[in-house]
Design a binder for this molecule. Structure first.
Ligand code: MG
Length: 203
């Protein structure tokens, strides 16, 4: 199982980090050791002092495929949830300055808390799913898949030109604006539409 993540998929978020709006999807990978499931806590790592939350819609691949045509991409996922693409922003900034890969800031242990999956047939139109992150009961990020630069289907089609997708692979589809730091003691709750799917503490 692999975790694929899309960067800069919402215009407002690309702008808040001073990144150009991409012409093609930008993606990177996290290993399976990044996953946190069942609302287990995230332990703040000692190698960073600026861990940022990025709440994202996550889809799960349900059949293998490569070179998937965009028209058929919707057949390759039927479950969806919210996840956090935790990012050590201080380490990432150093990588970016030097033009180095970002893995150290994105792929560390527990950098991918994952919510409970629901069927896409229950959430309705995949092109219009709202996503939200609350920290300690206050809304910090809010968006909708309708604001994504690249749709789920475009992402699947693009990635599968380079990497074969397998059952169980996860795709984090990018974060809306409003990313920021988390602190020890914070409670993070992520929602798709009006359903809370992820609820955990930073320890
Ligand atoms: Mg992200």
């Amino acid at each position: 199982m692999k975790i694929l993540c899309i960067g800069r998929n919402y215009v407002d978020h690309a702008r808040e980090l001073d990144n150009p709006v991409p012409e093609k999807p930008v993606f990177f990978l996290k290993p399976d050791t990044s996953l946190i499931v069942n609302n287990k806590p995230f332990f703040y790592p000692d190698f960073s002092s600026n861990i940022h939350h990025e709440v994202e819609i996550v889809i799960r691949i349900n059949r293998p495929g490569r070179n998937i045509d965009q028209r058929f991409a919707h057949r390759y996922y039927d479950e969806i949830t919210a996840g956090i693409d935790f990012t050590a922003r201080d380490l990432q900034d150093r990588c970016k300055e030097k033009g180095l890969p970002w893995e150290i800031s994105k792929a560390f242990d527990n950098a991918a808390p994952l919510g409970r999956f629901v069927k896409i047939s229950e959430t309705g139109d995949p092109g219009n799913i709202s996503i939200r992150l609350d920290i300690n009961g206050k809304i910090v990020q809010e968006g909708s898949s309708s604001q994504m630069i690249f749709s789920f289907d475009q992402i699947i089609s693009y990635i599968s030109q380079f990497i074969t997708l397998k059952i169980g692979d996860l795709i984090f589809t990018g974060t809306p604006a409003g990313v920021g730091p988390v602190s020890i003691g914070d409670r993070l709750q992520a929602w798709l539409n009006d359903e809370m799917l992820l609820d955990f503490y930073v320890k």
